[in-house]
Design a protein around this ligand. Structure first.
Ligand SMILES: Nc1ncnc2c1ncn2[C@@H]1O[C@H](COP(=O)(O)OP(=O)(O)OP(=O)(O)O)[C@@H](O)[C@H]1O
Ligand SMILES: [Mg+2]
Length: 491
């Protein structure tokens, strides 16, 4: 394909609705060109869904676009302003190393943000260099795509390119740019920015824009801003329940890393839990365990309370009334979260209907898993495949008793044993991006330029509920204990 033809055919179809918001919300600008762009990975199925031409994107011209060296026609690049509570402390932030190219309108008429991460300095970079390392961007690519395959709302990864420039951290890293795809990048922190640094009218404009984009169903409601708040709370309750159900630890649940669309965002220090332990923390900077696995639902509620605060002027003319309404709405988060979590846990145990006795069954199992340091994913996998002898719990008396109660519970429902097993197969992934597997893939890619390990891993991760024999190798737990694994932000 000639370059000129590729240029015509990459398939971008941009709209720039975000750029029509008041100027305070963003700064338009063109990214600096990088030295020598090189394509590392392109998500071909995602490119096709977006209406893009994967062949053209792999051409020299397409890769220049994915590096920010050529701005596609119709794009209007901008960095978004936001603020946020980081580990509880409020800061002015913004896209310091990200850049929104525009919103791609797909052949189905859907709208997705196309954003670079690692594309260089912006007006919001503060002291940072605006860059990202190859390992970290590939890690985000692998885990976000694994989350998508696990049916968890998430930003997605279209491509990673290297820049041909080095990035200086503790060591010298290869610079890279990730192209991220999201329903939008509007964060709790975007609302905090509006509420703290803008006018009430600007908060209203942001809220109206977000309702139109993500919650059109509340548009005509009497108190549309209250309905909006409640719907965001519901989506986040559902999202965080899904994280808990697969053992995902986000690692840096600052308010700027929580989306209004209900998608998981920012795969900096995240990791999956091996042994079941609510206190599990992987992030090297989370010394107090604020973002530990078991604390995520609480932090979700805390972040949403910060979101509710930004909407107070819109909820009621009388601010005391507004606080009352907002507090009631936030108070529902726990209920929504528990409904979602219990329903998901029930399904993991093959139980079709809600019943109070289920709760004890679930809690007893989790307690046993914690006591015996059982692997979270593999315990549910063994129950699903009826290979109880594979669990770390098998020889204990209490597990035998628990199993009898579980079997009795299953036989009390009208659905067949086969239906129940099918439900479990659909609810319990065999495959999660285990830390040692992700590290192995990144080491081969970054240290040796061998991408085959990552490609194999991505393929296995794309079918977590297949329960095939060939997955078995990827189900093994690491030989080193959980606790020694550490993740780092911002590299
Ligand atoms: N190398 C860097 N240069 C400039 N700013 C940075 C850099 N790394 C992080 N930041 C900024 O610091 C803030 C907090 O960073 P955090 O790690 O949450 O985000 P991120 O991983 O860069 O991006 P995102 O949340 O978009 O996935 C953000 O405003 C981010 O843009
Ligand atoms: Mg972030």
């Amino acid at each position: 394909m000639t370059e000129e033809k590729a240029m015509l055919e990459t398939g971008w179809n941009f709209d720039n609705s975000y750029a029509r918001l008041p100027q305070v919300f963003f700064t338009s600008f063109t990214p600096d060109a990088v030295r020598s762009p090189g394509l590392i990975i392109l998500n071909t199925p995602l490119a096709t869904e977006l209406g893009l031409n994967a062949d053209a994107l792999q051409s020299k011209y397409g890769v220049a676009e994915l590096a920010g060296n050529k701005i596609p026609e119709g794009a209007a690049p901008l960095a978004q302003a936001y603020a946020g509570h980081q580990f509880g402390n409020f800061n002015m932030l913004g896209d310091g190393r990200a850049l929104l190219l525009g919103e791609q309108i797909t052949p189905d008429g859907e709208r997705f943000d196309i954003q670079f991460k690692g594309s260089g300095r912006t007006p919001y970079s503060r002291g940072g260099d605006g860059r990202a390392g190859l390992g970290q961007m590939l890690r985000e690519y692998i885990i976000s795509e694994a989350m998508h395959a696990l049916d968890i709302p998430t930003t997605r990864s279209l491509a990673v390119v290297t820049t041909g420039e080095s990035v200086l951290r503790e060591t010298e890293l290869q610079g890279a740019i990730l192209t991220r795809v999201a329903a939008s990048h509007i964060r709790v922190g975007t609302f905090q920015y509006a509420a703290n640094f803008g006018s009430i009218e600007e908060v209203r404009e942001l809220a109206d824009y977000t309702i139109k984009r993500h919650y059109p169903e509340v548009d005509a409601d009497d108190n549309r801003y209250l309905s909006f708040l409640r719907e965001v709370i519901k989506r986040q309750a559902s999202l965080i329940a899904k994280w808990q159900l697969v053992g995902f630890i986000h690692g840096v649940m600052n308010t700027d890393n929580m989306t209004i669309s209900g998608e998981t965002i920012d795969y900096g220090p995240c990791a999956f839990m091996d042994n079941y332990d609510p206190a599990t923390v992987f992030s090297s900077i989370d010394r107090q365990g604020r973002y530990a696995y078991g604390n995520q639902p609480y932090i979700g509620g805390w972040n949403l309370a910060r979101f509710a605060e930004t909407l107070l002027p819109l909820l009621h003319d009388d601010q005391n009334e507004a606080i009352k309404i907002a507090t009631e709405a936030i108070g529902e988060f726990n209920k929504f979260y528990h409904e979602n979590w219990y329903a998901g846990m029930r399904e993991k145990l093959g139980i079709f209907n809600a019943e109070e006795a289920n709760e004890k069954l679930i809690e007893d199992l989790l307690n046993m898993m914690q006591k015996h340091s059982a692997d979270y994913t593999n315990t549910f996998r063994s129950l699903t495949l009826d290979k109880l002898e594979d669990t770390a719990l098998f020889n204990s008396e209490e597990f035998k008793m628990w199993n009898e109660l579980w079997q009795a519970r299953l036989s009390r429902q009208q659905e067949s044993k086969e239906d129940s097993q099918q439900l479990m197969r659909n609810s319990n992934p065999a495959i999660i991006p285990r830390n040692h597997r992700v590290e192995e893939a990144l080491e081969a890619a970054v240290e040796r330029g061998d991408y085959s390990v990552m490609e194999k891993l991505l393929e296995v991760l794309s079918k977590p509920f297949a329960h095939t024999q060939e997955q078995t190798d990827f189900c093994t737990v690491p030989t080193e204990p959980n606790e020694s694994y550490r993740t780092y932000c911002g590299t």
